[in-house]
Design a protein around this ligand. Structure first.
Ligand code: MRU
Length: 342
């Protein structure tokens, strides 16, 4: 199963990306040839999704190396890109791994080496998505699935993580439809996941975020599957805000809750979820959307972009290298201990 459509193109000396902030109304490609434009695209979620952010981090190093392949400039670019969004660990590690790989080369070869790193990174990601989907089929019970945010091609450049599992389950005749939360406030579910599913001919059912607990309790779904932005060594998992609520609702209803994510999402630097940095975003995102305001001026908002689901609510973590079951510590430790750098 190959990626069903392109979302990113490595066109040295620039990166081209499908602008996700304009979907589903407009399929507009951005050309990114400098770090400021890349930072803005990441901050505004024109490109988003943890694995794709990892590739963008690496591409930031390639873009910087075109201008100045000196060691200081490359290190500074990697650090700068890594800071734009704090929760998805792969943004910083994608940039840092690319920088480390090219700093071993002669200065005049670094830009080419960085673009080659990005191409290999994307190919590896696509293969990982397919392995996650295969492994997901070994644990996913038959029946319809609820997912959150967007974890598909738009988020990885491959078939997706949680959405890749959904794609594989649909292809195997194991589910008839995928339920999709709208994913307030930026509507990744309503705008992006539904768009991908419709494009792929997979029946999609959109629900308000507020209806998710009722859906889980209704018996209509046999599993909830989401992606992850960072997984602590004990299995606590940060993902799009609302994931914790879904996991609680699923536990209450006796529905298994799965995380599907590449091993690169596991952060050996986080012993548990309390160490995961959570991105907070502006009040404006909560009080309106797409140029329309619905809250009065002057109202404050509490707007975390992510939440942390405790390991105790997760039935299994599906990775490209196998399915990890509770207790997560030993299994996750083993995966990161045997991961080659880069
Ligand atoms: O703020 P976003 O849209 O970048 O958040 C994305 C998510 O939370 C995804 O679930 C996660 O990055 C996994 S994508 C395969």
């Amino acid at each position: 199963m190959a990626a069903p459509f392109p979302v990113i193109a490595l066109e040295r000396p620039a990166l081209r990306v499908l602008d996700q902030s304009r979907l589903p109304h407009e399929e507009h490609w951005l050309t990114i040839g400098d770090l400021e434009t890349l930072e803005e695209a990441i901050r505004s979620l024109r490109v988003r999704g943890a694995p794709l952010l990892g590739l963008c981090g690496a591409a930031g190093v390639a873009i910087a190396a075109e201008r100045d392949p000196g060691e200081a400039a490359i290190r500074e670019a990697a650090a700068r890109i890594g800071r734009v969004r704090p929760t998805a660990v792969e943004l910083a590690t994608g940039a840092a791994c690319c920088a480390a790989a090219v700093l071993g080369q002669a200065a005049e070869e670094r830009a080419a080496a960085a673009w080659a790193f990005c191409a290999a990174y994307l190919a590896r990601r696509q293969a990982e998505d397919e392995a996650i989907a295969r492994n997901g089929l070994t644990v996913l019970p038959p029946g319809d699935v609820l997912t959150h945010c967007n974890t598909g091609t738009l988020a990885t450049g491959g078939i997706g993580t949680a959405l890749g599992v959904v794609r594989a389950a649909f292809a195997a005749g194991r589910l008839a439809r995928c339920y999709v939360t709208e994913t307030r406030p930026l509507l990744q579910g309503a705008r992006l996941t539904t768009w991908e599913l419709v494009k792929s001919g997979i029946p999609a059912v959109l629900l308000p975020d507020t209806a998710a607990a009722a859906l889980a309790a209704s018996g209509r779904v046999s599993a909830v599957v989401t992606g992850a932005d960072r997984i602590a060594l004990n299995g606590d998992t940060a993902n799009k805000v609302g994931t914790l609520g879904l996991a609680l609702a699923a536990a209450h209803a006796g529905v298994p809750f799965f995380i599907a994510a590449p091993v690169s999402t596991i952060d050996p630097g986080c012993a548990d979820g309390s160490a995961i940095p959570i991105e907070f975003r502006s009040a404006e995102e909560v009080g309106g959307f797409g140029g329309q305001r619905w809250s009065p001026d002057g109202v404050d908002a509490w707007n975390p972009a992510f939440d942390v689901t405790p390991a105790s609510l997760i039935a299994a973590i599906i990775t490209e290298r196998g399915v990890v079951r509770p207790p997560y510590g030993p299994g996750l430790q083993a995966l990161v201990a045997h991961t080659p750098a880069g």
